[in-house]
Design a protein around this ligand. Structure first.
Ligand code: ADP
Ligand code: ADP
Length: 226
């Protein structure tokens, strides 16, 4: 069941920089796909187009069989996690995770139940009332992941989510992310320039080359290692 497709996609920014060139990729439901390549090769650009945050210059992109812009505005099927946790400092952990649910107007008791469920999943159920400043970098990233998962998205987009973390924290979070992926069966698109991260985490690796925006090869990894 195909959930994302890039067909001969070019992305040229108005500066003239070519970020994607004849990019072709097909992603199936439930896959954990890493976009791997050197800085500047176009990984974030590809992810942002899937998220509806940018448009292809040429070619065709479909997400759930639709134009990404329509998907993002009409549903909560896609959630994005960035390198920075981007939490609201004046809101508690619980309230940060509740925010996207509030914006969608779900029933109040249901919202709280969903928020607590995902905070439990990332190991933070004892920190519901804590404020972001009281948390370590790894814990903030956990909150950010919980917030993304709260509305049960079908697809999780992650742009170097662990890049700012120390090695130990990163390893724990990688393991936890894999557990979440197996449990929730969410499709994950994961941007990284870290070869080990791609190899250990993904079920598929889209290797991009430093030649502007080219996809070098796609590697199927039968099972993630961790
Ligand atoms: P990566 O995520 O692999 O580091 P990016 O997709 O961020 O790569 O960037 C690919 C290329 O496009 C880079 O040369 C970058 O400088 C350029 N680029 C990214 N975003 C923009 C933008 N908004 N405007 C102009 N150029 C951009
Ligand atoms: P990353 O490598 O983590 O993707 P970047 O530094 O490429 O991050 O991009 C960070 C932000 O800056 C993005 O919003 C991107 O669109 C913008 N950006 C990146 N390169 C350029 C550029 N050459 N000109 C204008 N904006 C850019």
């Amino acid at each position: 069941n195909e959930v994302v497709s890039f067909q001969s996609v070019d992305k040229v920014y108005n500066t003239g920089i070519v970020a994607l060139c004849q990019f072709d990729l097909s992603i199936q439901e439930g896959e954990f796909v890493s976009f791997l390549g050197p800085s500047g090769c176009g990984k974030s650009t590809a992810l942002r187009i899937v998220a509806g945050l940018g448009e292809a210059t040429r070619g065709k992109v479909e997400v759930f069989g639709q134009n990404p812009k329509d998907v993002i505005t009409k549903s909560n099927d896609i959630a994005f996690v960035f390198q920075e946790a981007n939490l609201l400092p004046w809101r508690t952990v619980l309230d940060n995770v509740l925010l996207p649910l509030e914006l969608r107007g779900l029933d109040k008791a249901k919202r709280k139940e969903s928020a607590i469920r995902v905070l439990e999943m990332v190991g933070l159920k004892d920190y519901l009332k804590a404020y972001p400043r009281q948390l370590s970098g790894g814990m903030k990233m956990r909150v950010s992941i919980a917030r993304a998962l709260a509305a049960k998205p079908k697809m999780l987009l992650m742009d170097e989510p662990f890049a700012a973390l120390d090695e130990m924290t990163r390893q724990t979070l990688q393991k936890d992310l894999l557990d979440i992926w197996k449990k929730e069966k969410t499709t994950i698109l994961f941007v990284t320039h870290n070869v080990y991260e791609a190899v250990y985490l993904s079920s598929k690796i889209a290797v991009m080359s430093a030649r502007p925006g080219r996809l070098s090869t796609v590697i199927d990894v039968d099972l993630p290692y961790l």
